[in-house]
Design a protein around this ligand. Structure first.
Ligand code: ADP
Ligand code: ZN
Ligand code: ZN
Length: 817
């Protein structure tokens, strides 16, 4: 009897592909192992064994395999089941999931490029002859293609030998140039060694007798370092001496102190565990108990806790329970770059049990973490990271925490698989019979709906930790202020007064504006023309610092024009405003204070984000201006005022979730204020002070917002009442895009009738010279999801068989965000 293996290949194929096995191979190979196989004319790919059976394929003759790459499975059976679910739910290929799920180093193929690892220390004695040959060759030339390796070794041996070398951490595969991601750099200070001898020290103190503040720092320094020999954090020195960062800076400038940086390590945690106990207060304990109770009943738990209620402490306790049982825990976050504070909190508590997994990590690091999780090793019991963490090879997953569950960035946008990590995590938990908690201060309508309908359990925390009051929210009507000419630039009198007050009290301020750049649109007063991107259907945005007009979609830029390009008039006005303009105005208004900006433009460089946060934490910055990057769970201690510069452009976004999103965003930014004893203040500037969402934000009326939005969703047939599948057609040819979209929409209407909307151009209908057109399918609750998807798939298959539309790509997005 012949044997066969069904393989998942890293390609967008609709089906698995079958290969033949010898009886010996079949006796050895297990599902989850990697095999090298030939696919297409001459190319070799790495495939994953999904199933072994004895049924020959009907339509083609199964080819033998090329090589076995693993001695034991690299994937668990849960992973295989999970991939299958993702592919069928999100209408994509298992091969797409494979590419997203596995570190590239596991995907040996004939196009791979091999390099010696920089830190490799090959021990000749531990290499066999073949391995030695490859290493020796790589020491002579920097990189080799697989074909070149084939000239060294028997062709059959190439992939297994390379695979061994990857596993021994000696070579890199397909290594792209990754910027090494580092959670945080911590700053330290030390005295210039020149001043260490006693006489020098005294001379220095005398010298500084006329600079008492500087002298104070120096004395604090001596007293701290006398007690402990550990490196001294800049932050600690400032705290203990009570001095300002400016005073310290002048000492550094004089060369008396030296500052240096140390990274908090990514994988190898080297700091001590601070081992502080966490004692939940009564309210937290109650919530914790409720969650545990619901876990016993296998319920997904939605933890709705206001900002700063101490949700993180509860998660830590839950994780501790799982780890004490010997199980693994997964902590999912919307965006890892924004979580250095959180990583630190977890590492302080759990030490090197915590591993951070990040797509920006180099392949080796990801391979390393993958292996730790696969081996269920002590290091890596707790995984923290963004959405792709759900693909790790968990052995015994006990708990998943989805923090900030309402965040839309949990949804992968491009490329396929376009999965929602929160929803997928619920399925993953179910596969492992693991507990799962979704936490947030502003639940998504979908999750709250699930809780209301008993699909999830709801646990609430309505008070901030330590009885800190929720910030006081004040709405500022800037329509009237504009009319009465009482605005200074984009600042109302109220906002300016509050900023001044905070600064006077030596407190910090956060200002939120949901647009970057200086001003989004330049418009000619004479003819109304505004400069457009030549590649995309959008206006260019003015950036002041480099005097450029830029496209935020494709990066196209040109020098700022002083005359209208259409009519030559030089009466050009700007419309709208972005973070850069807020920053510029602030600098003019508060020249003595230090102001920083956090948006996509200022966080591009290495560690740029970390530096902005660290400077703000250390109170080197007084005012921080930023986009929604500011909203993400940051815990600053000295922020007493949050200003929302303009609430209206959030509310007017053309999307059925715009109101929900605005509410979440504003409440989250507001939550950055007053996290310690003093009550914080939030000012919202708006042209529509009576808008229901703004009113609801001001009173924190979540359920009111929820009920109202739900009614709209019901009436206009949107989630959670209807499910959505969005098909986006994309092509460089305008009329092809239209024709194809019409064909597809008609075919869908034949089956789904009035539940098909469009085709319609999205707000930006052309990006990088490609035209886009959308078709939306709505699925009522009682209609079978599985059958609907099968039907959509069938129609798409017929569509793809039409030669005339070959150039048109269709992107399928299930549950679009
Ligand atoms: P959330 O995640 O709900 O916004 P956090 O977990 O960040 O809130 O808690 C807010 C602040 O209160 C943090 O600085 C945290 O350290 C502190 N805190 C919360 N619970 C406790 C506790 N049980 N013991 C000590 N500090 C706590
Ligand atoms: Zn003009
Ligand atoms: Zn463009």
């Amino acid at each position: 009897m012949p044997y066969f293996a069904d393989l998942i290949l890293p390609l967008p194929l609709e089906k698995r592909f079958t290969y033949s096995l010898t009886p010996e191979e079949a006796g050895f190979i297990q599902p989850g192992m990697r095999l090298a196989v030939q696919f297409g004319k001459n190319r070799i790919y790495t495939g994953i064994v999904a199933e072994i059976h004895q049924n020959p394929p009907e339509l083609y003759e199964a080819k033998p395999i090329h090589q076995i790459l693993d001695e034991k499975p690299l994937l668990t059976k849960e992973q295989l089941a999970f991939w299958k679910w993702i592919a069928s739910y999100y209408l994509c290929a298992e091969g797409d999931v494979m590419r997203a799920a596995l570190p590239g180093a596991f995907l040996l193929e004939s196009e791979s490029i091999v390099k010696l690892r920089k830190d490799a220390q090959p021990e000749t004695a531990e290499l066999n002859d073949d391995e030695y040959l490859v290493i020796e060759a790589l020491q002579r030339q920097s990189s080799m293609k697989i074909q070149e390796v084939e000239q060294l070794l028997d062709r059959k041996k190439v992939l297994p030998v390379l695979n061994k070398l990857v596993m021994k951490d000696l070579v890199d595969l397909n290594q792209e140039i990754y910027e090494q991601f580092r959670p945080k750099e911590v700053r330290y200070v030390k005295l210039n060694p020149d001043y260490e001898p006693e006489p020098e020290m005294h001379r220095l103190l005398d010298e500084l007798s006329r600079a008492p503040k500087q002298r104070e720092i120096l004395l604090s320094y001596f007293s701290i370092t006398a007690k402990s020999k550990k490196a001294l954090k800049t932050k600690k020195l400032l705290e203990e001496s009570g001095a300002s960062a400016g005073v310290l800076k002048s000492l550094i400038d004089k060369g008396i102190f030296e500052e240096f940086y140390q990274e908090t390590d990514r994988i190898n945690f080297t700091g001590e565990i601070s081992n502080h106990e966490i004692n939940l207060n009564k309210i937290q304990q109650h919530a914790f108990d409720e969650i545990q109770q619901n876990f016993k009943e296998d319920k997904v738990c939605l933890l709705h806790g206001v900002t700063s209620s101490g949700k993180t402490e509860i998660y830590i306790k839950l994780i501790e329970e799982a780890v004490n049982r010997g199980q693994q825990a997964l902590y999912l976050l919307p965006e890892i770059a924004l979580t250095t504070q959180l990583i630190k909190r977890l590492q302080d508590y759990f030490g090197d049990k915590v591993l951070v997994y990040h797509s920006k990590y180099s392949l080796n690091e990801r391979v390393e973490i993958y292996k730790h999780v696969l081996n269920n090793s002590e290091k890596g019991k707790i995984i923290i990271g963004a959405r792709s963490c759900i693909f790790l090879p968990f052995q015994d997953l006990g708990l998943i925490v989805v923090d900030e569950e309402h965040e839309s960035t949990f949804k992968q946008f491009d490329p396929a698989p376009r999965y929602h990590a929160r929803d997928s995590a619920v399925v993953l938990a179910n596969l492992f019979k693991a507990s799962i908690v979704l936490g947030t201060a502003t639940p998504s309508i979908e999750s709250y709906f699930n809780a209301e309908h008993n699909k999830y359990a709801l646990v609430e925390l309505t008070r901030r930790y330590g009885n800190v009051l929720m910030p006081e929210v004040e709405i500022v009507d800037i329509k009237t202020a504009h009319r009465k000419k009482k605005m200074t630039g984009h600042f109302s009198e109220r906002l300016l007064a509050e900023i001044k007050e905070s600064l006077k009290e030596d407190e910090q301020v956060i200002l939120f504006q949901n647009r970057r750049g200086f001003s989004p649109i330049m418009e000619c007063n004479t003819c109304g023309h505004s400069p457009q991107c030549p590649n995309c259907d959008v206006s260019l945005t003015y950036h002041n610092h480099n005097n450029q007009l830029r496209c935020h979609y494709c990066g196209y830029h040109m020098a700022m024009q002083n005359q209208c390009m259409a009519c030559g008039s030089n009466e050009i006005t700007t419309k709208g405003f972005g973070t850069e303009q807020v920053e510029t105005e602030l600098k003019a208004l508060f020249p003595k204070h230090s102001i920083a900006r956090m948006d996509q433009d200022t966080t591009r460089g290495k560690y740029a984000y970390e530096k902005i946060i660290a400077a703000f934490e250390a109170h080197e910055t007084d005012i921080l201006v930023g986009t929604q990057m500011l909203t993400k769970g940051l815990d600053f201690r000295k922020v007493s005022l949050v200003g929302i510069m303009n609430a209206d452009n959030l509310l007017n976004f053309p999307d059925f979730r715009a109101h929900e999103r605005s509410f979440q965003l504003m409440l989250q930014v507001a939550g950055r204020s007053g996290r310690t004893k003093k009550r914080g203040k939030v000012l919202i500037q708006t042209f529509n002070p009576h808008h229901q969402i703004i009113q609801q934000v001001s009173t924190g009326a979540y359920t009111e917002m929820y009920k109202e939005q739900l009614e709209d969703r019901y009436q206009y047939q949107y989630p959670p009442y209807y499910r959505l599948i969005r098909l986006t057609l994309k092509c460089r040819d305008f009329s092809k895009t239209n024709e194809a979209a019409d064909w597809l929409a008609r075919a869908l209407e034949n089956v789904f009738d009035r539940y098909v909307l469009g085709p319609e151009f999205p707000p930006v209908a052309r990006i990088r010279n490609e035209y886009y057109k959308n078709i939306l399918i709505k699925i009522p609750q009682k209609q079978s999801l599985g059958k609907t998807k099968k039907m959509v798939q069938r129609i798409l298959n017929s569509f793809r068989a039409i030669g005339a539309y070959r150039a048109v790509r269709v992107i399928v997005n299930v549950d679009p965000q």
